[in-house]
Design a protein around this ligand. Structure first.
Ligand SMILES: Cc1ncc(COP(=O)(O)O)c(C=O)c1O
Length: 382
């Protein structure tokens, strides 16, 4: 059977391929320490697990669920946005629960993109924006991010270009992989830019509670709902990556378009997961402070690892990664650098180049590993 042409527009996801190799090394007896992926190793709040367990005997537990999520979940998301970002949302019309924000990237793209439409995507950025765009026959238009501009897009430069075919623009602050943070002033400028050029902005915001004192939503900007959507997720904020819970928020009309696609693709989120998500979203600020105390300690140790590798890095970042520049005298590509560390020291980190050409010359360390293991990494490379 010949697969669809679109399958040739993408490659197997880097981690899908590389982790197979890492598993092979583990099976061959290597004690690999994985500082590559951002899959939280810590537990969700215990009340979340309890809520899931308790829900299993509810009458609703095993039935098909609402396409829009149960009302309590939408209310919990709206309350969470009010409490943490000072954003007022109509839980009925402006909130749509998702099975992880990754699926939202596809749903939003399917709702808005026709073949040949252009999409502004940061270089470097999360590779899924590009692959989804290509799978739909739309065209990625990369805007380069630079350390010198705090990894923020240069909107003045963008305005000099022909943007007439651009449908929407992905932004993601706090930014993965660099950890850069947006400011309110930047978001304000972005909204003005979006209105002027009739471009829908989507801020993908899964990292705003990790090592970040001032969580910011693009929807907090006056008039943002007209031209912006926001994706968010419980994966990192509540250590629930495998539960697959996320959400998209924005103006009712936009949410309706996304729902139209999504309701044709799945039949609702498992009830128990929704019950757990409701509990997670009602967590107090202490949840984040205890989580961030752990990440802070780990990050200090990862800074040591990076320093030992003669890499340089910015300490004023958010999120669960350390983004580090390779030594100035290094002659290897970031992928070669990563492979050398993997084969010689049994330590896996992520090459910056998988996030785009602007990521070449950088590597990304994950904080989803215990202090003990990071100390072991320090010993290995000493
Ligand atoms: C920038 C960014 N967006 C979205 C996602 C997907 O997260 P989720 O688990 O909510 O699908 C990730 C996951 O690593 C990410 O880094």
């Amino acid at each position: 059977m010949i697969p669809a042409k679109r399958i040739h527009t993408v490659e197997e996801y880097y981690f899908s391929r590389k982790l197979r190799e890492v598993r092979g090394l583990v099976n061959a007896g290597k004690n690999i320490i994985n500082l590559g992926i951002g899959s939280p190793d810590l537990q969700p709040p215990s009340i979340v697990v309890d809520a899931l367990e308790e829900s299993l005997n509810d009458e609703m537990a095993h039935k098909y669920q609402s396409y829009q999520g149960i009302p309590e979940l939408r209310n919990a998301i709206a309350d969470f946005y009010q409490k943490n970002y000072q954003v007022t949302l109509n839980a009925e019309t402006e909130v749509l629960p998702l099975m992880g924000s990754k699926e939202g990237i596809m749903h939003i793209s399917m709702a808005y993109l026709d073949e040949g439409d252009e999409v502004l995507i940061a270089n470097p950025s999360y590779p899924t924006y590009t692959s989804v765009t290509k799978l739909l026959g739309a065209i990625p238009r990369y805007y380069d991010l630079h350390a010198a501009n705090d990894w923020l897009p240069n909107l003045d430069e963008l305005e000099k270009q022909d943007l007439s075919k651009v449908k929407f623009m992905w932004v993601n602050y706090p930014h993965m992989p660099t950890g850069a943070k947006a400011t309110k002033t930047f978001f304000e400028k972005l909204i003005v830019f979006a209105k002027k050029h009739q471009i829908l902005i989507i801020n993908d915001n899964p990292y705003s509670f990790i090592l970040n004192e001032h969580p910011l939503s693009i929807l907090a900007i006056d008039g943002a709902k007209e031209v912006a959507l926001e994706l968010n997720s419980l994966s990192k904020s509540f250590n629930m990556a495998g539960w697959r819970t996320g959400m998209v928020m924005g103006k009712a009309e936009h949410i309706q378009h996304v729902l139209k696609v999504k309701s044709n693709m799945d039949s609702g989120m498992f009830y128990g997961i929704q019950k757990g998500a409701i509990k997670a979203l009602s967590s107090s600020k202490e949840w984040f402070s205890q989580l961030n105390t752990i990440y802070e300690k780990r990050r200090k140790l990862v800074w040591e690892v990076a320093t030992k590798l003669q890499c340089t890095f910015d300490k004023e970042t958010a999120g669960m990664f350390v983004w580090a520049k390779l030594p100035s005298d290094n002659t290897l590509t970031s992928e070669q650098f990563v492979d050398k560390l993997l084969y010689e020291k049994s330590v896996f980190i992520t090459p910056g180049s998988i996030f785009g050409t602007q990521g070449e010359g950088y590597v990304r360390f994950s904080l989803c590993v215990s202090e003990e293991k990071i100390k072991e990494v320090i010993n290995r490379i000493a």
